[in-house]
Design a protein around this ligand. Structure first.
Ligand SMILES: *Cc1c(COP(=O)(O)O)cnc(C)c1O
Length: 330
């Protein structure tokens, strides 16, 4: 069966050395005191482009052969994957085209353009943008790099797990964000490959947790996508999922789900107690601990995965105001 191994992840680290930051890890005084065990925060939200996605994107781009590099890459993501691809392609001197619908807010569009990608605006939905991606693949020969279900993407995200195990060699529990499962698959493969006894627990929002529903069903299933504060965790895992479903099934010890209020509390805690600005997805590990949803035994590592949150929304949340549904991205 196809999978990503510790060896693949170590090779990815060599490939992306110098292209990504080795992010620091810090002890959370308040969470450690509250739980009675050391809780370490991996500050990956401070990664270049504002999320860990640069690890997978850099590894995938660097793994292309010369002929593919000459053709360029294409994707429909306007979120953290799109940003990461734009940056990675620019570093490699490659063409990157990011397709988006007319509905994408101008600040997101400007950010991707600033990172050096070409922008194609087509139609009124993500599906229209995805159709343009497919057209560019068939007609112009661009290479599509998906956000999670790809061996080079998973291996790149796994380099985060290697760093964690070097920084906290006796980690008993690692809390990892879970959406499409590229991050969780890579991190779990690294952690379990180095120290099989360390527990790796996935954390998602309750609103539209596609991987959790799929794991419960025993096969990839569709779930309705709902607006959530953890917008980077939205979206399905693909009914034709090749890698991440099986890796999450085989490697994760548990998956926990959080309410919107619990996620908001995580964002607020990160800001007030840790002095860190994190997006909703980035805060779910902290939120799971605060909500008492995981048993914290032994040294705990919590990944802070991203910081790309609208600052008006962030301001409301830290002021204790619960934003309306329409203010949350789908
Ligand atoms: C993409 C993303 C995730 C989830 O990663 P998957 O590989 O899709 O599970 C978590 N946090 C942030 C900030 C992200 O951008």
């Amino acid at each position: 069966m196809a999978t990503v191994t510790l060896g693949d992840i170590r090779a990815a680290r060599e490939r992306i050395a110098g292209k990504i930051e080795r992010t620091s890890i810090v002890l959370s005084a308040s969470l450690s005191e509250g739980l009675g065990v050391p809780v370490q925060l991996k500050l990956e939200h401070r990664q270049t482009t504002g999320s860990f996605k640069l690890r997978g994107a850099s590894n995938a781009v660097a793994s292309l052969d010369a002929e593919e590099k000459a053709r360029g890459i294409v994707a429909a993501s306007t979120g953290n994957h799109g940003r990461a691809l734009a940056h990675a392609a620019k570093l490699e001197g490659m063409r990157a085209v990011i397709c988006m619908s007319r509905l994408v807010p101008k600040n997101k569009l400007d950010e991707i353009r600033r990172l050096g990608a070409e922008i194609r605006i087509v139609g009124n939905s993500q599906d229209d943008a995805q159709q343009e991606v497919e057209r560019l693949v068939t007609e112009e020969g661009l290479v599509m790099l998906p956000p999670f279900d790809h061996p080079a993407i998973i291996a790149g995200q796994g380099t985060l797990g290697l760093e964690v195990m070097e920084q906290v060699p006796d980690a008993a529990l690692v809390l990892v964000q879970l959406s499409g499962g590229g991050l969780a698959s890579g991190v779990a493969a690294a952690v379990k490959g180095i120290r099989p006894g360390t527990r790796v627990v996935g954390v998602s929002m309750a609103r539209g947790a596609a991987m959790k529903a799929s794991l419960d069903a025993g096969r990839p299933v569709l779930v309705e996508e709902l607006p959530t504060l953890a917008d980077s965790l939205g979206g399905g895992i693909g009914l034709d999922n090749r890698l991440t479903f099986a890796m999450c099934r085989d490697l994760l010890d548990d998956v926990v789900l959080l309410s919107e209020d619990e996620i908001a509390a995580g964002i607020r805690h990160a800001y007030e107690q840790e002095r860190e600005i994190v997006e909703g997805a980035g805060a779910v590990g902290i939120a799971a601990l605060l909500a008492g949803k995981v048993k914290a035994e032994g040294p705990v590592v919590v990944l802070l995965s991203g910081r790309n949150i609208d600052m008006q929304l962030h301001k409301k949340i830290v002021c204790g105001e619960m934003p309306s549904i329409s203010e949350r991205a789908a």
